[in-house]
Write a protein that binds this ligand. Sequence first.
Ligand SMILES: Cc1cc2nc3c(=O)[nH]c(=O)nc-3n(C[C@H](O)[C@H](O)[C@H](O)COP(=O)(O)O)c2cc1C
Length: 198
Amino acid sequence: MEIKKAQWRPSTLLYPLPVVMVSCQLGQEKPNIITVAWTGTICTNPPMLSISVRPERYSYPIIRDSGEFVVNVPATKLARAVDFCGVQSGRQIDKFEATGLTPGPAQQVSAPIILECPINIECRLDQIIPLGSHDLFLANVVAIQVTESLINTEGRLDLLKSGLVTYVHGHYHEIGKYLGHFGFSIRKRKKKRPPRRG
Ligand SMILES: Cc1cc2nc3c(=O)[nH]c(=O)nc-3n(C[C@H](O)[C@H](O)[C@H](O)COP(=O)(O)O)c2cc1C
């Protein structure tokens, strides 16, 4: 079968992506939340992640000068707040107050976590790499908090219980259908039993 391809100019078309709410705070000033989709895990050991932030964002100097931030992974029910924090600036409003989200204590950084988010990843800035429109913040993960009610009786984190959001080309979606586990492609399939007769 022939698969025809359309040729598009170079752009940011890597989807699906996670979309996260990054909380930050400088000294005693009010904490802020910025929605970020240009984010990713970049190293396992030491655990590191990245966020790309435009220098004109209100959050930019907060993260740069405090050297700390929290990546909060939102649950599906927070989709409206995710979008809101991505279209409103902390220059004009207090986003915790406006969304009703609750700032909670972080373990290792001074920025607050967002309590309603199932995963809170506390980060300390390692380096900033200017790229163009965005600067890349590389950070070490220094602590993690997860919502206890999502940990099952075997101690495993059941993330899908809270509903997870993915960002696809300008749209938010809930992650759904299960396809397989890590390595399932090379695991031997169990032979199907022949149907019982009689
Ligand atoms: C889904 C979504 C993803 C976004 N991703 C990024 C991003 O990766 N980097 C960035 O600098 N801005 C991103 N933005 C834009 C900022 O979140 C937005 O400009 C926000 O109002 C900045 O808040 P602040 O001025 O309080 O820092 C995104 C917005 C949305 C809605």
